[in-house]
Design a protein around this ligand. Structure first.
Ligand code: MD3
Ligand code: FE
Length: 200
């Protein structure tokens, strides 16, 4: 594994091609029940990333109520599908075996979708780690310490696993761009990112 910043650990190629394909099938099945939608920021702007969630709680945003976690899909009203077992196993191995995640945000980047620098602070316990798995096209991930300090950037490729813990948990981060055509895992191209958290 690599540690570009204290608390930020990356396992490049943690999932091999077969495991990526199995996880993708698990994701596709759940997305039939919980389709991607375009979230709207509290300021009224549509995000370029499409989202859905798995698990007891899902991160959502809209103009009326802003950023929050809730147990149901905003468009269908149905509970989110469960978190794929492969992801729970990765969490036990690399994040926190004693305290399981209760939220899995699924981000889909297509075309020019990106995510600006931000902090994740909508979770109740900001000391719990965050684990992310990348599938499909490579994303250029940028991170910067909470205050001051230089920002750095790493490429997140299909099958890579990243854990943010301790001193890195509140660092600012985002996805500058996605390298179209860098993976053939997704038939229609683009990048999927699955992020496990303890939200509630
Ligand atoms: C660093 N997602 O969903 S994953 C997000 O690739 C998010 O879709 C990006 O940022 C994506 O909030 C980056 C890596 C990641 C996830 C959570 C973090 C990095 C993090 C939480 C704290 C610090
Ligand atoms: Fe984030």
């Amino acid at each position: 594994s690599l540690q570009p910043l204290p608390g930020l650990t990356v396992w490049p190629g943690r999932l091999d091609g077969e495991a990526q394909a199995r996880l993708l099938a698990d994701v596709r099945r759940r997305i039939e029940q919980a389709p991607f939608y375009r979230p709207v920021t509290p300021g009224g702007r549509e995000m370029s990333v499409r989202m859905t969630n798995f698990g007891p709680l899902g991160w959502v945003t809209d103009q009326a109520d802003g950023y929050r976690y809730q147990p149901t899909h905003p468009a269908t009203g149905a509970p989110w599908p469960d978190i794929p077992r492969i992801l729970l196993e990765l969490w036990r191995e690399h994040a926190d075996p004693g305290r399981p995640p209760d939220a899995c945000l699924v981000n889909l980047y297509r075309g020019d979708a990106r995510m600006g620098l931000h902090q994740d602070r909508d979770e109740t316990d900001l000391t719990a780690p965050v684990l992310s798995v990348s599938l499909g096209d490579t994303g250029v991930f940028r991170f910067a310490p909470e205050k001051g300090g230089r920002s750095g950037s790493i490429r997140l490729s299909s099958g890579d696993v990243l854990v943010m813990a301790g001193p890195a948990r509140l660092c600012r981060h985002g996805i500058d761009r996605v390298l179209a055509g860098s993976s053939r895992l997704l038939a229609d191209g683009g990048r999927l990112n699955l992020t496990l958290r303890r939200a509630g």
